[in-house]
Each structure stands twice: as structure tokens, then as C-alpha cells.
Design a protein around this ligand. Structure first.
Ligand code: NAD
Length: 291
């Protein structure tokens, strides 16, 4: 069987480095990186994510500014809050927890965030920078975490054949852009792709973010390929309720060279990358002040 990539240990290592850099910033520049997290409504899954983000932000010595707004909040009130956070020098990163209530237009509010504080990388300016291969924007946290794991596993990715399954703006699409920037040959597949299995069989690197448990079978995997499973799916069976990814785990594990488990693979990397982006945002403010 292939190696299991320990995302939890990797993320813990990144968090330790970030904590050291935060204490350096505090000592040398009297700057404490701050992350504002906005949650609209009371979706239980979002609430768990926000709590976990707040806890991990303070654990590395950063300041956390959670803003919990009722589900009835108007778009105007949300835009006013974003304007206030854009102007607040103590806030280096702003994260708007998705999904938003249907009344609110996600595009409008995401694009109201100052791109220099858009640590989720969803602002059109940051998405545009990534799509033209520039490295001075913020990269969405989940694909960035996948890339860090891939580089640790494979080193230089240049020329490798990568297949991305799923093309959401949050995971698949930015993942494909990032792999292209690393000079991979990239094939993006999605729900309308005629034969995802045939495309995947050619891949040295498979990234699956479809939200479909057991989608990727062992017979789809080229022996030795590196498989990154982004899926988070709750399933219920005779033994209770479990979280599983998008690959048929034991089949794929038997064929792949390396595989991320779920849980304990990509999941912990996402928050570590959020803290990484927030640290970068604070460092950029200090750099800009020098010039
Ligand atoms: P999404 O629903 O927005 O997009 C799913 C994509 O997969 C779409 O592009 C769709 O065309 C494609 N797809 C769906 N079924 C398919 C199939 N049978 N064959 C080929 N393509 C198919 O989802 P998302 O927000 O990108 O999330 C995907 C999965 O990743 C979910 O399980 C989600 O929970 C998980 N996720 C995990 C993290 C993390 O931190 N680990 C972060 C974000 C999302």
C-alpha cells in the first residue's frame, strides 16, 4: 500500500513556524497580526469552522476578531462592517464564512473586501492574479494546502500530469491554476466530463474535490500516483456516522504511491494556510510602511 500523507503533522509544523514569526513581528515591529472572521446566520457546520479558526488563530499568538451576525442581516449592514474592517489597522485579514444567506450576493460582498486583506483569496483581483500566473496575490487556503503537501511529497512538479476532479471556485479551479503555475500538464474534469476514470488513469497527481464519497476507484489510479483527497462527506452506516473523502480508500491506498487520509489529510492544512496568508498580509503592511 502507498504512503499515508500526514496533513495533521505537516499543519502542526507550519503553525509552529508561524507562531515563531508572529513573536518576531511583535518584538521587532510591535505588530500583532489580526484576523477578522464574519459569520452570517447560525449554520451549525459554519459555526464549528469559525470556532476552530478563532481557536487556532489565537493559538499562534495572532488576534482574532469574530463577528457573528444574525441570518436576517441585510447586505448593506454587511458591507458597512466590511468597510469598517478594511479601514481598521489592527485587522490584517478578513474572512467571510461561506455560504451566505441567499438574499446576500456573495460576489458583491467578497469583492468589497480590500484585496490586501483577502486572506481567503476569493476576491476577483486575487483570483485574476492567480489565473495569469502571478505570485503576489492571495491563494485560496485549501488548494494552497494541497500544493504544499504535493511539493513535500514530489518536489519539483514540472511536467507531471495532473488531473483535478471538480472545478469549484473554492477548490478545483484555483487548484488547476496553481498546478499550471507549477508547470504541470493539467486536465480539469467535472460533472459533465464524459469519462473521468479514463482521464484519471493517466495522472501522476490526482486531486479530487467533488463531494462524492467513493467516487475515485482503485482501478482509476496509475500505480505510484500521488492522490490528494479534498472531499469531506458525512456518511451513516451500521457502525454509526463517519467522515470520509471522495476516494474508495482501501482500493486507492493499495495502488497509489501516496494518499491523504480523510480526516487528517487536507483538512488541517486549510486552517494552517489561512494563518500563513494572514501572516503574509501583516508582513506586507510592514514592508509597505518602509517604502
Ligand atoms: P462544489 O459542490 O462546489 O463542487 C464540486 C465539483 O465537483 C463541481 O465542479 C462538480 O462538477 C464536480 N463533481 C461533482 N460530482 C462529480 C462527479 N461524479 N464526477 C466528476 N466531477 C464531479 O464543492 P467544493 O466546495 O469544491 O467541495 C468539494 C468537496 O471538498 C466537498 O466534499 C467539500 O466538503 C470538500 N472541501 C474540503 C475542504 C477542506 O478543507 N478539506 C475545503 C473545501 C471543500
Amino acid at each position: 500500500p502507498g504512503k499515508l500523507i500526514d496533513g495533521r503533522a505537516f499543519a502542526a509544523g507550519i503553525s509552529t513556524e508561524i507562531a515563531q514569526e508572529v513573536s518576531t513581528l511583535r518584538a521587532r515591529h510591535h505588530c500583532v497580526p489580526g484576523l477578522a472572521v464574519i459569520l452570517v446566520g447560525d449554520d451549525p457546520a459554519s459555526d464549528i469552522y469559525v470556532r476552530s479558526k478563532v481557536r487556532k488563530t489565537t493559538a499562534v499568538g495572532m488576534r482574532s476578531f469574530p463577528h457573528r451576525l444574525p441570518a436576517t442581516t441585510s447586505q448593506g449592514v454587511l458591507l458597512d462592517l466590511i468597510a469598517m474592517l478594511n479601514a481598521d489597522d489592527d485587522v490584517h485579514g478578513i474572512l467571510l464564512q461561506l455560504p451566505l444567506p441567499a438574499r446576500i450576493d456573495a460576489k458583491t460582498v467578497l469583492d468589497a473586501i480590500d484585496p490586501a486583506k483577502d486572506v481567503d483569496g476569493f476576491h476577483i483581483v486575487n483570483a485574476g492574479k492567480l489565473s495569469v500566473g502571478r505570485d503576489d496575490g492571495f491563494i485560496p487556503c485549501t488548494p494552497l494546502g494541497c500544493l504544499m503537501l504535493l511539493k513535500a511529497e514530489r518536489g519539483d512538479l514540472s511536467g507531471l500530469h495532473a488531473v483535478v476532479i471538480g472545478c469549484s471556485n473554492i477548490v478545483g479551479r484555483p487548484m488547476a491554476q496553481l498546478l499550471l503555475r507549477e508547470r504541470c500538464t493539467v486536465v480539469v474534469t467535472h460533472i459533465n466530463t464524459r469519462d473521468v476514470a479514463a482521464e484519471t488513469r493517466r495522472a501522476d497527481i490526482v486531486i479530487v474535490a467533488a463531494g462524492h464519497p467513493g467516487l475515485v476507484r482503485g482501478s482509476w489510479i496509475k500505480p505510484g500516483a500521488t492522490v490528494i483527497d479534498v472531499g469531506i462527506n458525512r456518511i451513516h452506516d451500521d457502525t454509526g456516522s463517519h467522515i470520509v473523502g471522495d476516494v474508495a480508500f482501501s482500493e486507492v491506498h493499495a495502488v497509489a504511491g501516496a494518499l491523504t487520509p480523510v480526516p487528517g489529510g487536507v483538512g488541517p492544512m486549510t486552517i494552517a494556510c489561512l494563518l500563513h496568508n494572514t501572516l503574509r498580509a501583516a508582513q506586507a503592511v510592514i514592508e509597505n510602511a518602509k517604502t
